[in-house]
Ligand binder design. Sequence first.
Ligand code: CA
Length: 402
Amino acid sequence: MIPRRFPAWSLLCAALLPFHADAQESFPRCLEELRGMAATHDIAPPTFEQHVARLEPDMAVIGLLDYQPEFHTPIWDYLAGLVDDERVADGRAMAVQWAGTLQDIEARYGVDPATVVAVWGVESNFGRNFGKRPLLVSLATLSCFGRRQDYFRGEFFTALKILEDGHVAPERLAGSWAGAFGHTQFMPSTFRRVAVDFDGDGRRDLIDSIPDALASTANFLREAGWQTGRPWGFEVALPPDFDAAGLAGRRNKRPLSEWVALGVRRADGSAIEPGAEAAGLLLPAGEQGPAFLVLRNFDALYSYNAAESYALAIAHLSDRLRGGEPFRTSWPTDDPGLSRAERREVQTLLSQLGYDAGEADGALGARSRAAVQQFQRGQGLDPDGRAGRRVLELLRKAYAER
Ligand code: CA
């Protein structure tokens, strides 16, 4: 999909204020322009009237479009939140509940249940987090303001077409600020390209049909070149004096046999079966952290969201769902990342100690980070706002001693 994990708190509200007056005037004119384009996008006039005529812009999404996160998330924080024991347990429960459907999906699309469930868990936390912004409001706003109007106009008309064709209920069509929606968080254009009707009711419903959503994910991966029965890759150990910097890179591929000849082994000590299959060496935290050889299926996962950290989260979650262990090599930090349960504990402890940490939702947004900064200042620490293991332990101590 396209970047859509920028949290809602990040609005540069002050900078946007002068914008609003203009928007009130120009938005109706822009909708008129879009109305004139509807026919060329095969949208019937009544569809436009029904769904668009009374829309108001949501200028917050323009702030999100331009927002550059100043808070850089280390890979170990990112993975600790996405692949924690809670998500592994939830994913295993979902794999049991939907076992028959997942089996049918594997038979038709050649993508295994653990991979499909892992995408589901990372994209929408198994359907618990779709995003709450009405899709047409976001897409109409992005079609009329900001720097990617042409792109978003295409998404806007495709979303209208989805409604016109009756695939999803109009009042249910909400999602991320950028227009990704449903269990799989597809953009409308991705929907048009790969969504499938798997439960056979004639609608491709990624919001209210789990079979449709899971099968659409599998179809996406198949279209992205998924190789049935092959792993995404595996963690490896590098030999001493290895030219890691010169050889690393997902696209810097060489045959497995070459990696074997260079002395690369699996992290568990077993040998890699030499062969012609092309693999790239991934070093997400540099030479001191875990290393991975990644195969074609990793690229298929990457195509879902164009971020290596994202693909690694899905890959690792799928391994954990199959009963795999956490990575053997530790991340190069003495202050590891926190699970969502631990993040909620951080927020709860901050609140109990009198800080304004907001709701204990495990997300550690701007409000929580500001509270962490206050706590860090009080402890004489660098107030970077990051809550890792160290801050959690200091909070527990402070709470015990209060
Ligand atoms: Ca269906």
